[in-house]
Design a protein around this ligand. Structure first.
Ligand code: FAD
Length: 494
């Protein structure tokens, strides 16, 4: 693990001064231009962003850049604890290479590298392997501060509904109780589980809830000291949870992996390029499906350091080709059955991922019946049935939901799905670090366009009313008038 030296706060001050200068040179943010609206005495927000994790922050920053500053970002988490980084993420460092510019929107002084070097120096940067997990959270906190993003924390969005075809009503609950906001557009930057929740196999229900957790749950690892722990799955989270259990003193760790081998090749990341970032959305439906079906079937390998972190412990046991076929409760423990054996364990952690299920998202309840998914209009090609893909939302050009039945819910075009499930429509632009600025750019341009077009009459009135002259009329003289003034008046004939 890489440990950072003491931070140089003067270095960070200097970086912030440079960033301010860069923003001034670029004239960022652009001037405000969206006409304000008031409905029934209430100010209407142009955009409400649900989620103040990395994706919500960059969406907010990009909208500000384009002069859309009548916006808020709402997050139910306490400030500084948004997203997985300091809650349920249990890896030591990010998987992503440290050089990725992620949410920096093309601004060198806003990159993680600039943030790191300003505090720890260039040599420390060269020695650094990957971004330490909690430092990445610090970076996001700093990012939000230096861009003065309008984030409100400990505010949960409980329900979004249609107020009119032009307006959404957003019911929220914060420290001061419930209130309602009106917004012209709402962006869901709600993360990996943004359209659903954690997934555990049905078999988990055969034992009492006290015997298991999902990797995204808060887990008291201290209680697992001296106990037997089972982890299900071979992904990054499964591996990191297994490692933390071992580091917390688990007496035995059984890792149950359905496949006969651990996935080894990180397919989609491997072909990453600006072509994929900007080109994926241009693919036909068939091709989008083919790319992602292949990727999902190959599965993403766990990072090598995470696997080594587990295998370093002699009490760690990897069981391959071991899908769980039964779970049996026995007094104070559980027996796990697989085709290859039976194992006693005290606690099970499911590293089995997330799923789309709108029933788990009450904030979307009013829209759920109208939202179109890929399964509603696209038949998987032969041999490529894929539940994860067919349950992806079918999105428009700026991540907006589309209607299952055209004409039944036009307000859906104001609700933008800027989270992981957007991948099949747009490529990986709305979740992971690599292309999140490009995703936010696409989203923000779409919203800007929609706002401008909708307000066209106001803008046209402004055009007609605008009368500030650039030319005052004293810059030139009419050549013929001047000539006429110099010549004697014609003699009048009598
Ligand atoms: C363990 C783990 C490790 C990861 N490592 C990497 C990595 O190394 N590199 C990488 O690129 N990606 C990684 N990811 C993916 C990671 O989730 C994303 O990169 C990043 O968190 C995406 O940011 P986000 O803003 O989309 O989602 P999140 O960070 O999850 O933020 C979503 C926010 O929405 C808020 N929210 C949701 N619903 C509501 C509501 N109704 N009201 C108010 N607030 C709400 C949540 O509180 C949360 O703060 C990892 C994910 C996990 C789980």
């Amino acid at each position: 693990m890489t440990s950072a030296p003491t931070p140089d706060l003067d270095g960070l001050d200097a970086l912030e001064a440079r960033l301010r200068q860069d923003l001034a040179w670029l004239e960022w943010p652009a001037k405000t231009w969206v006409p304000r609206r008031v409905v029934d005495g209430k100010e209407v927000l142009d955009v409400v962003i649900v989620g103040g994790g990395m994706t919500g922050l960059v969406a907010s920053g990009m909208l500000k850049r384009f002069g859309v500053d009548n916006q808020v970002v709402l997050d139910r988490a306490r400030a500084g604890t948004e997203g997985p980084w300091v809650t349920y993420a249990r890896m030591r460092t990010l998987r992503s290479p440290k050089e990725l510019t992620g949410p920096a929107m093309g601004l060198p002084a806003l990159t993680f590298r600039a943030f790191y070097e300003a505090q720890y120096g260039v040599e420390a940067w060269q020695r650094l392997d990957r971004a330490p997990r909690t430092l990445w959270m610090d970076y996001l906190v700093w990012y939000r501060k230096v861009l003065s993003l309008p984030v409100q924390n400990e505010v949960t969005v409980e329900r979004i509904q249609r107020q009119s075809d032009q307006l959404l009503a957003v019911d929220v609950r914060g420290p001061d109780g419930p209130r309602q906001m009106l917004a012209r557009h709402v962006v869901l930057a709600t993360g990996r589980d943004g359209l659903g929740g954690s997934f555990v196999p049905e078999i988990a229900a055969s034992v009492d809830r006290r015997f298991w957790a999902h990797t995204s749950d808060a887990i008291d690892f201290a209680r697992l000291k001296g106990r037997r722990v089972a982890v299900v799955g071979a992904g990054a989270s499964a591996m990191d949870n297994a490692a933390v259990a071992l580091e917390s003193g688990a007496a035995r760790l059984d890792l149950f992996i359905r496949r006969a081998d651990i996935p080894r090749v990180n397919k989609f990341t491997g072909i990453g390029s600006q072509g994929v970032v900007h080109g994926f959305a241009g693919l036909s439906d068939d091709w989008k499906w083919r790319f992602l079906d292949h990727t999902i079937r190959a599965q993403t390998p766990p990072p090598r350091p995470s696997v080594l972190r587990v295998s370093a412990f002699p009490q760690a046991h990897f069981h391959l080709a071991s899908p769980i076929t039964a779970l049996e409760e026995r007094d104070d423990h559980v027996v796990v059955a697989t085709p290859r054996g039976r194992y006693e364990t005290d606690f099970i952690i499911f590293g089995t991922g997330f799923r789309v299920d709108l029933a788990l998202r009450p904030e979307l309840g009013a829209f759920a019946p109208y939202i179109r998914f890929w399964r509603d209009r696209f038949a998987a090609p032969d041999g490529m049935d894929n539940e994860e893909l067919s349950s992806s939302p079918d999105l428009g050009d700026s991540f907006e939901f589309l209607e299952k039945v055209p004409g039944t819910c036009p307000a859906l075009s104001r609700l933008h799905c800027f989270n992981y499930p957007a991948t099949l429509s747009h490529g990986k632009l709305s979740g992971d670090i690599p292309a999140v600025s490009e995703g936010a750019d696409r989203l923000a341009r779409g919203i800007v366009r929609a706002l401008f077009v909708e307000d066209r009459e106001r803008h046209f009135e402004n055009l007609k009313a605008f009368a500030t002259p650039e030319i005052l009329g004293d810059e030139w003289t009419d050549a013929d008038d001047a000539l006429a003034a110099r010549q004697p008046a014609p003699i009048a004939s009598t």
